[in-house]
Design a protein around this ligand. Structure first.
Ligand code: ADP
Ligand code: MG
Length: 685
């Protein structure tokens, strides 16, 4: 149960003054559903303005506050802006410019002949100075002078800076006083403000130590929770799985395992033989060959007479894993089944029966395999593919499925830097596939301008004429799936005119049967071009596809581009990746694409991705169950995390039940950052 003291923070944001139904959506979009979220919606930056007496004192590009008197209103015909010409105290003329439907505002705020204090940025417009959409227009200078330093918040459509500032102010009013969870010695040495002051200060200006403390809180909460999970796991009783190798001996793999694969299998086998449940992460770049390692682990479970379940994040991937694993496992005679949310009626019943009576050894599926209605005879091992798509909380839920705690193998291709491995997976042991299967050729990566799309289409034509296959990934329109799909459908229609039935389309909202049919036609080599939204980002494995086209590649993050590109270059044929770039390329966009051309090293790309994007989105967790850090920046994570981790360790060594006074405070911290699954571990243990 959440401590009562936190209740005011977890009340819905809708209870704040001024939050009507119209504001709900923009707030939701920013993930600001409760008072807590709003209090933690820290400014992205601050504007500092200089108060100037007249425009001669200001320079172009500068943020200022200046007194101006409107002399004339000029509505333009057509789509032009609405201008208010205004004069400073020494007669300089400046245009205060409004675009869109702001003329009403302008008329009201800027009556001719009446002096106003205006805060905004000075631009040059032809011969004239201009302030476009001023931040503030007030009649009383005192009102503006308090605004010389102002926070700038991330917004979504329908929100304005004053609006969000107003909400933040209300949220800050409601902050309770919380006991200190930071260790006394450190608290004093760092001279950090206490929690409540830190939050308030962080909204007021560039208060380094406040920001630092808030980041530390977040990191500490995370480390504590992960360590609690780990401690809980250590106490649990699992079942040792000891395989005699008779099933593995029957495998007929067309290749030998790489050293890294064999080592990982050994590490897993060692863990499975213990009665403490395994908690291991298998980390390996795209194409490193994680699937076969998972298969070996699952066969060990089967040899020991237990069942194994493999969880995949998408339907497509589940189906593909099922096909691959079933084919690979055929000589062993183990029974492999597929269960997804889509299976209904008799088919589903029979799979459920098989899981219950133990005739199914290995089940592959989406989260449907862990629904309440699904019971296992004896589940010994859970494998989670693309772990980064799920959250820790979800994982814990899954492992509560067996009679005793099953062993867990989590797999991820997100090549994250080491510090961050600690942050995200601090509770797990790690096996690394740091070696690629032999014979892979580097992927020839090129950047092509959108204007040359015709050439790209011709390249596809030549490619399929030579009997090979291609992926065509459509632009990711900002956060909007419907638009993504529209773009993919349009591209599909266009390519179909040229290539006819050789083209298939896959996206997230396609009817399941159609999606399967398309994937099957492509995987079977009947279709030559697969047009897709980013649904193919993870896992899909069609080794004979050797051309990857990514439209508006600059919109993707590096980690994502790397994942997408990883769909080709899986066989021994030479592969090509064409990154089609849109017109306006930002500096970061340019850098990203250049890096993609330069390297294929997932770790390097992940690190650069971080550097280019900053902390928040890193880890490839944008779509995942729990984005780990919202407050701490990359720089803070790197610098503060090891300390927070050690701190958490020491605290738990001294007070494993979090029962002492600092322990109590730490529980509050866990709830505050919603790592309460960590606290639940305490109650369980
Ligand atoms: P990922 O780690 O991305 O999940 P997969 O398991 O899908 O990678 O494997 C990628 C491809 O590499 C597959 O086509 C698989 O058959 C092949 N592969 C895996 N291990 C080896 C190996 N040791 N030698 C050669 N090919 C391998
Ligand atoms: Mg995979």
């Amino acid at each position: 149960m959440r401590p009562d003291i936190l209740n005011p923070l977890f009340i819905e944001a809708a209870t704040l003054d001024g939050v009507g139904p119209k504001m709900q959506k923009p707030l939701d979009k920013l993930g600001l559903s409760r008072v807590r979220d709003i209090a933690y919606h820290l400014p992205e930056r601050f504007v500092t303005r200089r108060a100037v007496h007249n425009l001669d004192e200001a320079s172009v590009g500068e943020q200022v506050v200046v007194a101006l008197t409107p002399t004339q209103h000029k509505a333009s015909s057509g789509r032009g802006p609405y201008r208010v010409l205004a004069q400073d105290e020494i007669g300089n003329i400046c245009s205060i410019t409004y675009f869109g439907r702001a003329s009403y505002t302008a008329k009201k705020l800027l009556p001719v002949g009446e002096k106003r204090w205006i805060a905004g940025r000075i631009d040059q417009y032809g011969q004239m100075l201009q302030i476009t959409h001023p931040d503030h227009v007030v009649a009383d200078s005192a009102d503006t002078l308090t605004r010389l330093c102002e926070p700038v918040y991330a917004l979504s459509e329908g929100l304005t800076q004053p609006r969000i500032s107003g909400l933040v102010a209300q949220a800050l009013e409601r902050l309770p006083e919380l006991p200190e969870w930071i260790e006394k010695g450190q608290f004093n040495a760092e001279q950090w403000p206490d929690w409540r002051d830190a939050l308030k200060l962080a909204h007021l200006g560039e208060h380094e130590s406040a920001r630092e403390r808030l980041a530390y809180d977040e990191l500490l909460a995370n480390s504590l929770a992960l360590l609690l999970v780990r401690a809980d796991n250590r106490q649990r009783k699992g079942q040792p799985l000891i395989g005699d190798g008779h099933l593995r001996a029957k495998l007929e793999l067309p290749y030998t395992l790489t050293g890294a694969q064999s080592r990982s299998v050994d590490e897993i086998e060692g863990d499975l033989a213990q009665d403490t449940p395994m908690l291991r992460l298998l980390q390996g770049d795209v194409g490193a060959g994680k699937t076969v390692v998972a298969l070996k682990a699952m066969l060990i479970a089967a040899e020991a007479g237990k069942q194994a379940a493999l969880l995949a994040p998408t339907e497509i991937l589940a189906r593909q894993h099922f096909e691959t694993l079933r084919a690979m496992a055929r000589p062993t005679g183990v029974e492999v089944a597929l269960l997804t949310g889509r299976d209904k009626g008799k088919a589903r019943e029979s799979i459920l029966m098989g899981l219950l009576d133990g005739s199914i050894d290995i089940v592959v599926g989406t989260h449907a395999i862990f629904q309440d209605s699904v019971a296992y005879r004896d589940l010994g091992l859970v494998v989670i593919d693309e772990q980064h798509r799920f959250g820790v909380a979800q994982r814990i839920m899954l492992t509560n499925k067996g009679k005793s705690t099953p062993h867990t193998l989590a797999m991820t291709a997100t090549p994250i830097p080491r510090t961050l491995t600690l942050a995200q997976y601090g509770e797990m042991d790690v096996s690394r596939l740091d070696e690629m299967p032999p014979g892979r050729q580097p992927i020839d990566t090129r950047v092509v301008a959108q204007e040359r799309l015709d050439d790209v289409v011709s390249a596809v034509e030549r490619h399929i004429a030579s009997g090979q296959q291609a992926y065509w990934v459509c632009p990711m329109v900002r956060e909007n799936e419907t638009e993504d799909i529209a773009a993919a459908e349009a591209r599909y229609a266009g390519l179909k005119e040229r290539f006819g039935d050789d083209v298939v389309l896959v996206h997230g909202q396609l009817k399941p049967e159609l999606k399967d049919a398309a994937m099957e036609r492509f995987a079977g080599g009947y279709a030559k071009v697969l047009v897709a939204t980013t649904v193919i980002e993870v896992g899909v494995d069609v080794p004979s596809a050797t051309l990857m086209i990514i439209e508006q590649a600059e919109r993707f993050g590096l980690a994502q581009l790397h994942q997408l590109r990883g769909r080709v270059g899986r066989g021994s044929e030479k592969s090509v990746c064409l990154l089609v770039r849109g017109g306006a390329l930002s500096e970061t966009g340019r850098e990203r694409l250049a890096l993609m051309r330069e390297t294929q090293d997932g770790f390097r790309l992940a690190e650069e991705d971080l550097r280019l994007r900053g902390g928040g989105e890193l880890l490839g967790t944008r779509q995942s169950g729990d984005a780990p850090f919202r407050i701490a920046t990359l720089e803070q994570i790197t610098r503060l995390l090891p300390k927070a981790h050690d701190d958490a360790k020491i605290l738990l060594e001294r007070d494993g039940g979090l029962a002492g006074s600092r322990g109590e405070a730490a529980r509050i911290l866990l709830y505050l950052f919603e790592r309460d699954w960590g606290v639940q571990m305490l109650r369980g243990g």
